[in-house]
Structures are given as structure tokens and as C-alpha cells.
Design a protein. Structure first.
Length: 115
């Protein structure tokens, strides 16, 4: 069973950056499109960014375009979310998964943007 482990979150001030890694277990990672999702308090989980198995990334959430970048390292079974110019409205729990989501969700990593 594939497991997903997100990390890298924390409390940051507006305007700062964070890089979130997500490590997936198993041998099929490199064949799968992956994505980052987030869920803010009181809101539904939303799709933030997707990346193909070959590393072509797309930012899906309009609110983060120009600030966030998705990438992957298939040799490390890891997908990354680089988040720059963070805003308070980026506060959420961030999750990775396949795209479309088909793996059991991990714990996620909490990102809090506040001064």
C-alpha cells in the first residue's frame, strides 16, 4: 500500500517562502501524475497544482499562480511544492496525492501564514 508523507510546513510571516516535500512509498511513483491539494479551515479541499509523470507542472489554483511551483524527483519518490510570497489566505493543511487522488490521504502538513 502506497503511503504519502508530507512535511515542511510551519508558521511563517507573510511574504516568506516554504518548500514542501512529499515522499511516496512504493515503486510506481514515477509512473503517476501527482498533485498538491490544500484544505483551509472551514473549506473543502482544493487542488493547488499538478505534475505529470515526466515533470510537466501546472498550477491549478488561480490564487497561487506566479507564486507557487510544483516539481518532482522520481529518483527520490518525492514531489515538491515551492511556495513564495506567502499570504495569510494560504493558511491550510497541504496534502499530496495522485492526480486524480486515489491513494489514502496522508497526515498533511500545516502551513500557517501570519505576522
Amino acid at each position: 500500500q502506497v503511503q504519502l508523507v508530507e512535511s515542511g510546513g510551519g508558521l511563517v510571516q507573510p511574504g516568506r517562502s516554504l518548500r514542501l516535500p512529499c515522499v511516496a512509498s512504493g515503486s510506481t511513483f514515477r509512473f503517476n501524475a501527482m498533485a498538491w491539494y490544500r484544505q483551509a479551515p472551514g473549506k473543502e479541499r482544493e487542488l493547488v497544482a499538478t505534475i505529470s509523470s515526466r515533470g510537466i507542472g501546472i498550477i491549478n489554483a488561480d490564487s497561487v499562480k506566479g507564486r507557487f511551483t510544483i516539481s518532482r524527483d522520481n529518483a527520490k519518490n518525492t514531489v515538491y511544492l515551492q511556495m513564495n510570497s506567502l499570504r495569510p489566505e494560504d493558511t491550510a493543511v497541504y496534502y499530496c496525492n495522485n492526480f486524480p487522488a486515489g491513494i489514502a490521504w496522508g497526515q498533511g502538513t500545516q502551513v500557517t501564514v501570519s505576522s
